[in-house]
Structure formats: C-alpha cells, structure tokens
Design a protein around this ligand. Structure first.
Ligand SMILES: [Zn+2]
Ligand SMILES: [Zn+2]
Length: 259
C-alpha cells in the first residue's frame, strides 16, 4: 500500500492554497518526504501524518522552492523531542548546498542537532532506497542544476514516477515506463514550450507527451502558479490533447492510494 500526498503543488511563486511543491509517500509504516519546502512539519500535520513515522527525506535538487523548509524540518523535529536519526538522500551537489544552508543557522554543524543519516544519490540503474515495502530509483532530469526524478515501486507492484523539475526528459520517460501514475511538473502554459525548454521546465502538453511515450495509466500535473481562473482547465486540456489516460490537476493536500 502506498498513499501519495501532494503536500504542495505550486511553482516557485506560491498562491492562495497552493504552496511550493513537495510530496509525502506513506507506505503504512514509514513516511518518505520528497523535498522540503514551506513548513514540512505543518504540512505533515495537516495531512494527518504523524511526523514520528517520517523515516527519510529525498531532496531532488537545490532550488529554493524545494529546500528552504529543510532547516526548519530538523529544528522542529528536534524541538518536538525526536532523537531518532532522519535519513537524507541527495546528490553530492545538492548536499553541498544543504550543508551551507544548515551551516547558516547552525554553524556548529549537523552533530549539534538531530542525527542525520547521510546518503548520496548516484543517478542511474541501482536503487537509491530499498525497504521491505518500497524500492526507489533516481535519474538525472533536464534542469539548470543537478536534479533527480524518481521511480517508486511498491511491494504490491504499483509504480509511481515523479519528474521533479525538468524539461521533457528521456530519463523521466524511462523512470515512468508503464507507471500507474506519473507526477510531472507543468510550470508553463500551452504556447510557452520554448520558454519551458529555456528554463528547464515543461508545459502540461509536454508532460502529456512524456506520459504517452512512457505508457503510463495516469498523469498528475503540478508545480504551476495559476494566473487566472481558466488556467487549471487549460493545463488539463493541454495534457489531454496528447495523453488519453486519466489526468489529475491536484490541489495541496490531495492524495491518491495504490496497492
Ligand atoms: Zn528547480
Ligand atoms: Zn521548482
């Protein structure tokens, strides 16, 4: 069993009810957080998830809208009495950034606070996380800084893929092969495909193309900032113009369950 909770669905500019993008994966025993924006402990609490079950954090890349809640997560867990280590997974470039970020608040270093289990993500074919319930793979996406997308397989055989921030990417397409759900960013609106490529992002139509090429069942588009009341319909229509499967345009705190 795996529940995907959309803790945030917005792009770098938050809007009412739509904060920066991050995900929680609840396998029934442990919670995996993907990126740490906003106040992660508040979001977990609002989702009804007990932060004591938070076992690991996977950081996809260093950009502010995915990392600024990271020091806050450690501080709030420490203050609420947690002493068990938290596992953190990131690429070496992302680790260098996270170390600087934490150092700004805690010059004494990591050992002065909550124990951290450091894991280095090596993008490629070997799983980065393996538990009795989940296996997670990571590979590099098309973004201006080193960024990983994810493929998550449950013991029940479900497959969920997450693009993180990216332009249309062959690696994401591979990660999403025959997935039950592809969660793909859609920062730009239809007609802005050139801008999307220039800035390392995608439109909903491009997300739909990746979903079709990967043969996925269902597509969820997120990481966007609505500019007007018609934007959500436009996003859905953009994806639907090239993808025949189910399409979700989730809001913050929406969730979807898999065996
Ligand atoms: Zn980014
Ligand atoms: Zn972003």
């Amino acid at each position: 069993m795996l529940t995907v909770i959309y803790l945030g669905t917005g792009a770098a500019v938050p809007s009412p009810g739509r904060d920066n993008t991050s995900l929680a994966l609840d396998d029934g025993e442990e919670i995996t957080l993907v990126d740490a924006s906003g106040a992660p402990t508040k979001r977990l609490a609002e989702a009804g998830l007990d932060a004591r079950r938070l076992r690991r954090v996977i950081m996809t890349h260093e950009h502010l809208d995915h990392t600024y809640g990271f020091p806050s997560l450690f501080q709030s867990l420490w203050l609420s009495g947690r002493r068990e280590p938290l596992a953190v997974y990131a690429q070496p470039e992302t680790w260098r950034f996270l170390d600087r970020l934490v150092d700004a608040y805690r010059p004494g270093g990591w050992t002065a606070g909550l124990p951290v289990e450091r894991h280095t993500i090596v993008p490629g074919s070997a799983p980065v996380v393996e538990t009795p319930r989940l296996t997670v793979w990571a590979d590099r996406t098309q973004h201006p800084v080193p960024t990983v997308g994810l493929r998550i397989e449950t013991v029940g055989g479900s497959i969920i893929a997450y693009s993180a921030d990216t332009s249309p990417s062959r690696a994401v397409q591979e990660l999403a092969q025959r997935a039950d759900l592809l969660i793909h960013e859609a920062t730009f609106l239809a007609g802005q495909e050139d801008d999307a490529l220039r800035y390392g992002h995608a439109t909903a139509r491009q997300a739909g193309e990746v979903a079709t090429q990967a043969g996925v069942e269902r597509l969820a588009v997120l990481h966007f900032t609505p500019r007007g009341p018609t934007d959500l319909g436009e996003l859905r229509a953009g994806a639907a113009s090239v993808f025949a499967g189910g399409i979700d345009v989730p809001s913050d705190q929406d969730r979807i369950e898999f065996p």
